[in-house]
Design a protein around this ligand. Structure first.
Ligand code: SF4
Ligand code: SF4
Length: 469
């Protein structure tokens, strides 16, 4: 008998007790120090000394804290990743309706800067119909119980006809097949109206994610329109219009200069009449090109490397992606813990910093589709045509076949040896590894972020325990 390699521990403030979590089984318990000693001792001694110890060990085994052998546990982990890859319960399709965007975010060199929008791709209605047909074929081949359809961009609301066509076609397709459809939109919020929500609600709209990059002044500085006009007031007014009609999640990007404006944003949000309607508030660091990274910034997708435009998905799609198409990542460690605590203190739900992955890049049945019908392994790669892994028309391009093979063998976690966070991290964000390290197969590690998340879970568990006592 061995302690599981996925056990993590955190002290409980003001107590000798210890918070124990197993990241594989997701069991979480608070135990006395003698139980911790028993776990440490059992590897050496192999057998319990007393009946009481035996029943404690049975309980710990039942919850995954003790395993027969590390070798067997490793095999179980490998099977888990195979199961994640092949899981057919959910088909996930993210559609980039357009790469156009009216914003001129300072941290992004696409959007409405210069003549970007003149050249940015936009999905045609013909292509949207092909995407619907392709998705219907996937539904028939896979027979999932759920389809998650996400609209993203650029700014997806700049192409409403395509959004409506896809929502209507796939709603009908799901109804005919007994599949549950969940539609979500990731938008800057500027063009969000009651009409949009009322039209999509009967088709299966499950929620909308909107970006606010700090308090009013900070957001207006970070996410202005091309003419420099602020966007905060209009977005908030739009949220107010629709908050009672659908779930609204707020996400934001921060850097070292803006992070301190978040408590003011949280104050503002908690005072709004729609505060109790917000389903979640989350934040992540601004994605910047590597050259300008500094303390407190984790550089992720290179939005401006060598002066080249990203030419693809909104930068909020990638990397440590908690306000984006991607909800899977970890972030700037100590600031994220601070924001998490502040967000909860203001009464909003947020991510816990531990339950992250494996993200959709590890899943065969999660697809991102660009405006031209090109398929990508995740939204973070949609800006790189050479990383396309296929096309909805089934065309046979050698570079796509090669890219697909490359993505299929992703397993950066195998280099993470016996890290306890592998089941919830899987080696980190592949997009970030690709951009920062130049190797998508290398782990992109922010372990201290997970460790901070465990401390938060320990605090929460101790509070609940105290309330029950
Ligand atoms: S690799 Fe994973 S975590 Fe990174 S952007 Fe893609 S889906 Fe998100
Ligand atoms: S990337 Fe870091 S935290 Fe993630 S599994 Fe690997 S070693 Fe652990």
């Amino acid at each position: 008998m061995q302690p599981s390699m996925f056990n993590v521990r955190a002290p409980i403030d003001g107590s000798a007790d210890v918070f124990l979590m197993n990241t594989f089984s997701d069991a979480q318990i608070i135990v006395s120090p003698d139980v911790v000693d028993l776990i440490d001792r059992i590897a050496a001694e192999g057998a319990p000394r007393t009946e009481e110890e035996r029943s404690t060990l049975d309980l710990l085994t039942e919850h995954g804290f003790l395993v027969d052998s590390r070798e067997h546990e490793r095999q179980t982990l490998e099977q888990y990743f195979r199961d994640v890859r092949e899981d057919s319960e959910t088909l996930k399709v993210t559609v980039l309706t357009t790469l156009q965007c009216k914003f001129a975010c300072g941290y992004c060199i696409q959007g409405d800067h210069g003549d970007y929008n003149k050249h940015a791709a936009k999905m045609s209605l013909e292509n949207a119909a092909r995407v619907a047909e392709w998705t219907e074929r996937r539904l028939d081949a896979l027979n999932p119980s759920r389809l998650i359809l996400t609209f993203f961009g650029g700014e997806p609301l700049l192409n409403l006809p395509v959004m409506y066509l896809l929502a209507e076609r796939l709603h009908a397709a799901c109804e005919a097949r007994g599949v549950t459809l969940a539609i979500s939109i990731i938008t800057n919020g500027l063009l969000l109206t009651r009409d949009v929500v009322e039209r999509l609600n009967p088709l299966g709209l499950s929620g909308i994610k909107i970006t606010l990059d700090g308090d009013r002044d900070t957001h207006n500085r970070m996410r202005p329109l091309r003419g420099g006009q602020g966007t905060f007031d209009r977005i908030v007014a739009n949220v107010r219009q629709v908050a009672s009609l659908t779930k609204i999640a707020i996400g934001g990007n921060f850097d070292v200069d803006t992070v301190d404006s978040y408590p003011a944003l949280l104050d503002f949000l908690s005072e709004q009449d729609f505060a109790d309607k917000l389903s979640r508030v989350t934040f992540k660091p601004v994605i910047r090109e590597t050259q300008i990274s500094g303390k407190g910034i984790i550089p992720l997708t290179a939005v401006g490397s060598e002066g080249k435009p990203l030419n693809g998905a909104c930068m909020t799609s990638a990397g440590t992606g908690v306000s984006s198409a991607c909800d899977s990542c970890n972030v700037v460690d100590e600031k994220m813990a601070f924001l998490r605590e502040e967000t909860k203190r203001h009464g909003f739900k947020t991510v816990d910093g531990v339950h992250m992955g494996p993200c959709e890049i590890h899943k065969s049945h999660a697809h991102t589709i660009g405006p031209d019908g090109a398929l990508y392994a995740c939204p973070g790669f949609a800006g790189e045509p050479r990383q396309s892994i296929g096309h909805i028309d089934g065309r046979d391009d050698a570079f796509r076949t090669q890219a697909l093979r490359n993505f299929e063998r992703l397993s950066a976690w195998k280099a993470c040896q016996d890290c306890a966070f592998i089941p919830v991290c899987a080696g980190g964000c592949t997009v970030a590894a690709h951009n920062e390290l130049g190797d998508m197969h290398a782990p992109n590690c922010h372990k201290s972020s997970f460790e901070a998340g465990v401390l938060t879970l320990a605090r929460d568990a101790a509070r609940e325990y105290a309330a029950m006592a």
